[in-house]
Design a protein around this ligand. Structure first.
Ligand SMILES: NC(=O)C1=CN([C@@H]2O[C@H](COP(=O)(O)OP(=O)(O)OC[C@H]3O[C@@H](n4cnc5c(N)ncnc54)[C@H](O)[C@@H]3O)[C@@H](O)[C@H]2O)C=CC1
Ligand SMILES: N[C@@H](CC=O)C(=O)O
Length: 466
């Protein structure tokens, strides 16, 4: 079993070509959706991966909560794999070359990853929550030890966006990025619009398909998208990961009427993660937004993800692909493992040194850019105010007046009667010109208190993304 004293590190004797190098031995914590996907991709494409990496890559040990289940899902192959219920013992075991963390969570995962790095073991993780919360410390530790900490799978599943940004866009001053980076919420919004599904039913489908987090509130409340957007912003702007300063709203408040009104007005509703330079500061925000129906991001449906980057040299680039699910995510995990294996080949089996700083810029050069308060972010706005019966006459003038007093110019203001609610409640819908977020929210708060409002007003931003 796992603690078998026979299980010792193999000598690294290594011809520089990689030929004859023993396989890179991976210890994996977690065998859920991503863990099993990784196992399957490594098994199916074994020969091709070994040819590309210069040596084989094998999962030799797995830490799982439920060992019986782990044995069952691994099937016959389980016989050749060390199984343990102790992730920390796996992370520090001398018999593994690389730690693969695909369990999720933050504090325990931090301990495993820090322990592996402390022993000089490279780490691959798909865990954006871990990196959003503890990434700055772990990246600094990895860099100071010269140990790779790879996380392509943590952002946008199968899209190699970390590489695209950190390496492909290295020549650029990135001005902004905007992405649909949570497959679950995009899936829910798509199913609500296309099939008229209720929110809960669409979420259940996303969970069954393996897209959702263990705690799906991370998906629907925008937290997962904020984890990823903070990681992207750190790579784009050479700054620490500032998830703690991101403005985060999810999709729970999006009503079928908002989706229908958006469509009527030539837009689609998408949960966006946006990071944008504003002088020395940056915007860092996640919220549902109206995107013009003709925009490429409006075409991204289901669990697909897309990230649009604007760099001063490359211009606008769009990266599109499957953002969640077992094998798309495994594709990114295995790509990171291949990178590590290649480095070991180049170093003739010696200890792998970190060749690219985890955030593209060495920690000593990070600039801790202030994150602009959401009150001061300027966009266009979509507002919906549910009305008390009979208020259609007075309410539009009152809302228009308050918006004008707040310096918010109105592009259109319509009263709609919602058929999606049994009551057929009247709703006031408005589109504004660009205005400070704080000013618009003040008006909406005032409207929520008005005697002509009945229910909770909705507020979505309108993005042109040019
Ligand atoms: N499912 C997806 O599409 C994607 C997931 N990720 C990330 O990958 C990681 C794994 O996600 P999933 O595979 O979807 O989750 P999952 O819930 O399907 O699998 C996680 C596995 O880890 C095990 N585990 C948790 N704590 C453990 C512990 N202390 N000891 C041993 N085993 C433990 C669980 O029992 C479970 O089998 C998470 O960080 C997630 O955010 C990243 C990209 C996409
Ligand atoms: N729960 C996440 C999984 C991938 O990161 C999502 O839905 O995007």
């Amino acid at each position: 079993m796992f603690n078998d004293p026979q299980w010792r590190p193999l000598p690294a004797a290594a011809p520089a070509s990689g030929a004859g190098l023993r396989p890179l031995r991976v210890g994996m914590i977690g065998i859920g959706t991503v863990g099993l996907g990784t196992w399957q991709v490594l098994a199916r494409n074994q020969a091709q991966i070994a040819a590309r990496a210069g040596r084989g890559i094998e999962i030799v040990a797995v830490a799982a909560r439920d060992l019986a289940r782990a044995r069952r899902v691994l099937g016959d192959a389980a016989a050749g794999v060390e199984l343990t219920g102790d992730p920390l013992a796996l992370a520090t075991h001398p018999g593994i070359d690389v730690l693969l963390e695909v369990a999720g969570g933050t504090d325990a995962a931090r301990e495993w990853v820090a322990a592996a790095i402390g022993l000089g073991k490279p780490v691959v993780t798909a865990n954006k929550a871990l990196l959003a919360v503890h990434g700055n410390t772990l990246f600094a530790q990895a860099e100071s030890r010269g140990v790779p900490l790879a996380y392509e799978a943590a952002v946008a599943g199968g899209i190699p966006i970390v590489k695209a940004l950190r390496e492909g866009a290295a020549a650029n001053r990135v001005e902004w990025l905007a992405g649909i980076v949570n497959g679950t919420s995009n899936y829910i919004l798509s199913r609500m619009r296309q099939a008229g599904l209720a929110f809960g039913d669409a979420l259940a489908e996303a969970q069954a398909l393996g897209y959702a987090e263990a705690d799906p509130t991370f998906d629907v409340d925008g937290i997962d998208a904020a984890h990823k957007t903070a990681l992207l912003a750190a790579n784009a702007f050479g700054m620490p990961v500032r998830f703690d300063r991101a403005h985060v709203e999810g999709i729970r408040g999006v009503d079928a009427l908002d989706v229908a009104a958006a469509r009527e007005w030539g837009h689609a509703v998408k949960l966006l993660g946006i990071a944008r330079r504003q002088g020395e500061s940056v915007e860092l925000r996640v919220h549902p937004a109206l995107v013009p129906a003709t925009h490429l991001l409006a075409q991204v449906e289901g669990a697909m993800n897309a990230v649009m980057l604007c760099g001063d040299a490359q211009g606008i680039a769009l990266h599109y692909g499957a953002g969640a699910g077992a094998e798309p995510t495994a594709s990114a995990v295995v790509a990171d493992l291949v990178d590590l294996a290649r480095q070991t080949v180049a170093q003739a089996g010696g200890p792998v040194r970190c060749t690219v700083p985890p955030l593209g810029v060495p920690g000593a050069a990070w600039v801790d850019r202030p994150v602009l308060h959401m009150d001061d972010v300027v966009t266009r706005h979509y507002l919906r105010v549910p009305l008390r019966e009979g208020a259609e006459g007075a309410a539009p003038a009152a809302l228009a007046q308050w918006l004008a007093q707040a310096g918010v110019a109105v592009e259109r203001l319509d009263a709609w009667r919602s058929q999606s609610r049994g009551s057929g409640q009247a709703q006031l819908l408005a589109l504004t010109r660009p205005a400070r977020d704080g000013a618009v929210r003040d008006v909406l708060q005032r409207a929520a208190q008005a005697d002509w409002c009945q229910g909770t007003p909705a507020h979505l931003r309108v993005e042109s993304l040019e």
